[in-house]
Design a protein around this ligand. Structure first.
Ligand code: PLP
Length: 389
């Protein structure tokens, strides 16, 4: 059975080109780039080459890219750096729908005595800009707003927020883990001070990320130790993964336009056909302003985990916002913040595509998924009621 992988917001397949470039640095070229000898020291150039490729994807300068171990570390570092750099300020603004890498870190800071405002979203998952403007005060040390949501795919108005914050000289961080490589981003034009990205969402390996830090932004390291990354992130460099991230960024930069068109056409076909073929289905989130690869759909009167289990039998991989599959006791915080009814949250499925998906795969899902939904509805007492009507 072939795997039909539609869970690319969870993680992605490593690009073969990136993997090939990594291999020598996992085998023969195992030196430490901090060493005096050429065997190790020469590896430094490979790190800088990768840094150039990452910088090029988002329009940054070389010295504005700090390699980290993942998106989570980039997010934690950004918030921690801001609060360490401006100790007299105690108010943090973020949103109710951030990834736990920001959301839970903000809650951690709240427990340490910071005041944290979590900005709400509307039923389309769009940020409440009135609430945002009202929350701003002279005590704000950092604003962290994600570029695009991992569950709904909804894109936030980062440029607009950044312009407001630039005027007020407030540090602005965006978690762009889901946006980098999927949307064109140019930090020369985008008014952000810090931006997080992660390798495994863009066909690089897991366990590598980067933080963009605009020149002139005050910075305080989170991981403290050796002098690596210009003293901004200690720890012996994960060279192979850094090289993999560099290559993945180069591929993304080269193909982004083509891929956005390709992936969004497949996503739209999947969404449209499932809506035609399955009654009582809805799309969660703003359909105009969202990631090209993501659709979050709710199939009423069925459980998300049941859909996933049945889909799994056909090799189809997706995610659900219902409680058991989200790894917590609560159903999706993001969908709840959007006011999605509980019955719809329980039947929510996120399909997230990548350049490696084919039209044939999408056609297979279009054929199988309505059958699964129909069978499950027939089994469920609630679904049966609905069908009778
Ligand atoms: N931020 C967002 C929006 C994400 O989707 C993720 C991963 O799912 C992260 C941060 C965390 O990235 P990582 O898994 O590299 O720590």
């Amino acid at each position: 059975m072939n795997t039909i992988y539609l869970d690319n917001n969870a993680t992605t397949k490593i690009a073969p080109e990136a993997f090939d470039e990594m291999i020598p640095y996992l085998t023969d070229l195992y030196g430490n780039p901090s060493s005096m000898h050429t065997f190790g020291g020469s590896l430094h150039n490979k790190i800088e080459e990768a840094r150039e490729r990452v910088a090029a994807l988002i329009g940054a300068e070389l010295d504005e890219i700090i390699f980290t171990s993942c998106g989570t570390e980039s997010d934690n570092t950004a918030l921690m750096s801001a609060v360490e750099s401006y100790p007299q300020k105690r108010h943090i603004i973020t949103t109710r729908v951030e990834h736990p890498a920001v959301f839970n870190f903000a809650k951690h800071l709240a427990r340490k005595g910071f005041r944290v405002t979590f900005i709400p979203v509307d039923s389309f998952g769009r940020l409440d800009m009135d609430a945002f403007s009202k929350a701003l005060d002279d005590d704000v040390v950092v604003v962290s707003v994600m570029y695009a949501n991992n569950e709904s795919g909804v894109i936030f108005p980062i440029e607009e927020i950044g312009e407001i914050l630039k005027e007020r000289k407030i540090i602005f961080h965006t978690d762009a883990v889901q946006a980098v490589g999927k949307l064109p981003i140019d930090v020369k034009k985008l008014p952000v001070d810090m931006l997080s990205l992660s390798g495994h969402k863009i066909h690089a390996p897991k366990g590598i990320g980067a933080l963009y830090l605009r020149r002139g932004t005050r910075f305080y390291p989170y991981i403290i130790g050796g002098h690596q990354e210009n003293g901004r992130r200690a720890g012996t460099e994960n060279i192979a993964s850094i090289i993999g991230l560099g290559k993945a960024c180069e591929l993304a930069a080269k193909n982004i336009k083509k891929e956005v068109a390709y992936v969004s056409a497949l996503r739209d076909k999947l969404e449209k056909r499932l809506m035609e073929l399955c009654p009582d289905v809805r799309v969660n989130g703003d359909r105009e302003n969202r990631l090209p690869n993501t659709t979050n759909m709710s199939f009423e009167y069925v459980e998300g985990e049941a859909i996933l289990l049945r889909s799994n039998e056909y090799g189809i991989c997706a995610s659900s916002g219902s409680a058991c599959t989200s790894g917590s006791l609560e159903p999706s915080r993001v969908l709840r913040a959007m006011g999605v009814p509980f019955t719809a949250i329980h039947g929510s499925i996120r399909f997230s595509l990548s350049r490696y998906n084919t039209e044939e795969e999408i056609d297979t899902v279009i054929e199988i998924m309505p059958k699964i939904i129909k069978q499950l509805r027939e089994l469920s007492p609630f679904g049966k009621e609905k069908i009778k009507k």
